[in-house]
Design a protein around this ligand. Structure first.
Ligand SMILES: [Zn+2]
Ligand SMILES: [Zn+2]
Length: 220
């Protein structure tokens, strides 16, 4: 993919015009602004979503070969915990330091534009740079907390949502028969047992006036 011919969209919040900076080496300008994310910035499991904002705190410096961009890009990535699958938000900061070469510079003549980006019509497109640097800061397996215990291997619930020491009584089938014989409730039915059903007449206060047959109006 060649980017030389692509003129950055001047209206994009990611594009800076360097004309006011000038080309005198040592000339500097600071920029502080936020830019809206058009396509998710990140990886499949965690990214700054479309519509998210990236705060840019940048310094542009005119050097012999082009414009040196340095500073930070910060945003909030969203995704899910790799262990317990809960939704998470993760602040992410990338440090930027990149030369945008003048098209007629020796640097431009001796490098590919996917190695060193170019100024095009005096414009700098920060989006690809910020995207690349932010991706590097994101964890491949994001976690809600470093020691997230994940999910219960038996019931699939988040262990953080369960009582400490949560476990399932696994009965040997041979003992299960015996337990049933003695009226001991066995295995999983004890774990997800429901409270006893409310008698029909227990719900008449929410039913129609004086209607004793509560069952028939449950789904009104
Ligand atoms: Zn987790
Ligand atoms: Zn469990």
């Amino acid at each position: 993919m060649t980017m030389t011919a692509t003129r950055p969209n001047h209206a994009s919040p990611w594009v800076l015009d360097t004309r006011s900076l000038g080309r005198r080496p040592g000339s500097m300008k600071s920029y502080r602004f936020s830019a809206l994310v058009g396509h998710p910035m990140g990886i499949e499991v965690i990214a700054i979503p479309t519509g998210g904002e990236v705060e840019l705190d940048l310094r542009l410096e005119s050097v012999a070969e082009g414009v040196l961009v340095s500073g930070t890009a910060a945003g909030t990535a969203v995704g899910e915990c790799a262990r317990c699958l809960i939704d998470i938000e993760l602040p992410v900061v990338a440090h930027l330091r990149e030369l945008f070469a003048y098209p007629e510079s020796a640097t431009a003549a001796t490098t590919e534009d996917d190695e060193i980006p170019r100024l095009v019509d005096e414009l700098i497109d920060l989006e690809p740079l910020v995207r690349d640097e932010l991706v590097l800061e994101l964890p491949i397996a994001p976690l809600c907390r470093p020691d997230c215990p994940g999910l219960c291997s038996e019931c699939g619930e988040r262990l953080d949502d369960l009582e400490p020491g949560h476990s399932h009584e696994i009965l040997d089938p041979r003992w299960a028969d015996l337990a049933a014989k003695f009226g001991v409730s066995g295995g999983s039915s004890a774990m997800n047992g429901r409270p006893p059903a409310v008698p029909a007449n227990g719900s008449t206060r929410s039913a129609g006036v004086g209607d004793p047959d509560a069952d028939s109006i449950h789904d009104n």
